[in-house]
Ligand binder design. Structure first.
Ligand code: MN
Length: 191
């Protein structure tokens, strides 16, 4: 699997080395374990997105492994897609965010800071409504019928090498690497 930009493209906010480990080791492992898990099952050959969108279709004996590894595969793939440095906050999504939230950075940042332990903070579209939500471990909003628009990974592996225990600083810097053009694209597709 290939990252669509250079590992160092998000510096100085997310450094090359953590990015390389995050993508080539963590993400790759989720992918490989997911593929191994569904191999030989009735899910083999299906898209991860379709599988996670319908948890009831997953055979009980592999459900936990699929949620964890498939979730890790899907959530990271989505995360890589919304990262880009210095993209202006504009487009219909920017207007919708300003209308919905008093202080988006603060509210989204708080969701990311207060996610206890490993997980993610998301901006999603839920039945046409913009919402900020948290998920634990590798749970994904697509399993709850929501459409993800934006996400931050707050697992320690995402920031510890550069920021150590300073999760708030990582989150603050994250706002410099949001690909608002892509987020807008997801929003236009979903609404
Ligand atoms: Mn991660």
């Amino acid at each position: 699997m290939k990252l669509e930009y250079n590992y160092g493209a998000l510096e100085p906010y997310i450094d090359k080395e953590p990015m390389e480990i995050h993508h080539d080791k963590h993400y790759q492992a989720y992918h490989d374990n997911f593929m191994k898990t569904i191999e030989g099952s009735k899910l083999e050959g299906k898209e991860v997105k379709d599988i996670l969108s319908d948890l009831n279709s997953i055979p009980e004996e592999i459900k936990t492994a699929v949620v964890n590894n498939g979730g890790g595969f899907f959530n990271h793939g989505f995360f890589w897609s919304i990262l880009k440095k210095d993209v202006p906050f504009e487009g219909e999504i920017a207007e919708a965010i300003k209308e919905k939230f008093n202080n988006f950075e603060e509210e989204f940042g708080n969701a990311a800071k207060t996610q206890f332990g490993s997980g993610w903070a998301w901006l999603v579209l839920d039945k046409g409504e913009l919402k900020i939500i948290q998920t634990s471990n590798q749970e994904s909003p697509i399993s709850k019928g929501m459409t993800p628009l934006l996400v931050i990974d707050v697992w320690e592996h995402a920031y510890y090498l550069k920021y150590q225990n300073k999760r708030p600083e990582y989150i603050e810097n994250f706002f410099n690497v949001i690909n608002w053009e892509k987020v807008n694209e997801y929003y236009m597709e979903a609404k």
